[in-house]
Ligand binder design. Sequence first.
Ligand code: NAD
Length: 285
Amino acid sequence: MVKMVNGRAIARKSNDSVKEKIAGIVSGGGGPLKLVSVSVGSNEGARIYMAMQKRAAEYVGIDFETIELPGATSQEELFALINELNGDRGVTAMIVQSPVPARIDHNRAVAAVAPFKDAEGIHPYNLGKILRMEADIVPCTPGAVMKILRNIGCELYGKEVVIIGHSAIVGKPLSLMMLNENATTTVCHLATSEKGDIISHSRKADILVVAAGAAGLVKSGWIKEGAVVVDVGINKVDGGVVGDVDPRAASEKASYLTPVPGGVGPVTVSILMRNVLRAYLEQKG
Ligand code: NAD
């Protein structure tokens, strides 16, 4: 019988721990901690994500400021603002919300953020530290997957892991984080599917992580009996949100399954809060 992972409960536990630590900092005369959200133009998806970030920040005791730049903002103007926030001692960390208008290079904007103020853990320096097993501020979604696995008592040592999706913010850093825990890691992507090899890979997985952005991609025949299945996908279908895994089919085979919504998503936001705390501690040495 499949166990559904309660991402909201895991996120609450993590947020409570961050909240307690921040309260300790403030009562000791430190802080306040402040997270600044920078967005360029308006985007419905980003707005929903920002509302979740704001709610979590308020809960844990982090000041949350939003700076909404007009859609016509130039790359230079955005970089000037990022520079200013880098130098502002009252700002603990920032997020450059995605998407940005096509004129602006989001990767360059993220790289302009000081690594010790990188709330999302996606600055090249922080991503590089994963290679050396020195990561402290980690990319939020891979961090969430690792936290979920720890919470359900799923050891990675020697396990066969298959990750579907090789983006720079989810699949690639997650594969390194799992490799660091001595899992045997296979990363699949569109070309694996096109070559017809994806099912033979996914069926071997003790732990299957799916981050493709393709609704219902993973069916029963893709899953090994007893596998832990982590569904990262968020897809809008018929006015609702579904993952990349067909939940009914996965329930027949998996030992654990993360639901969408209520699985990886809330834990991702809790890792963002933990990153802001870590950024503060790093800045204080
Ligand atoms: P992306 O578009 O950057 O990358 C998608 C990856 O999936 C690529 O590696 C691509 O090759 C692969 N892929 C796509 N279709 C495939 C198929 N049919 N077979 C095999 N591989 C396929 O996406 P991303 O930013 O990594 O996000 C992936 C999904 O995760 C999206 O649905 C996104 O909304 C979701 N997401 C969720 C969270 C969260 O917190 N829950 C965070 C980030 C992204």
